[in-house]
Design a binder for this molecule. Structure first.
Ligand SMILES: [Zn+2]
Length: 94
């Protein structure tokens, strides 16, 4: 008895649409069109565009945030130093 082979045949177009690639960042597969191959220390890996863009945005925001915090810290420190110097001067005078 010969099994019909038509049941196992898939058109190549359907295969390419359904094709997914494992995303090392998310730990799951995404459609091929949403994936980008990137070079890492461990070799070439596939990562989705969404996660790449999200990381880029986060880095930019973190940089901007970090600069703001640094500026605030500096001015706070200077104010604190001045206040301490004034207090010491008063103590020395008194
Ligand atoms: Zn992903």
């Amino acid at each position: 008895m010969k099994a019909p082979s038509t049941h196992f045949h898939m058109p190549s177009t359907a295969m390419s649409i359904a094709e997914t690639i494992y995303c090392y960042h998310c730990g799951r597969s995404h459609p091929r069109v949403e994936m980008r191959q990137i070079a890492t220390k461990g070799g070439k890996k596939w990562r989705c565009i969404k996660s790449i863009e999200a990381t880029k945005r986060n880095v930019t925001q973190r940089d901007a945030f970090g600069k703001t915090v640094t500026t605030i810290n500096k001015s706070e420190n200077q104010a604190r130093i001045k206040a301490r110097q004034n207090a010491e001067r008063l103590l020395a005078a008194g």
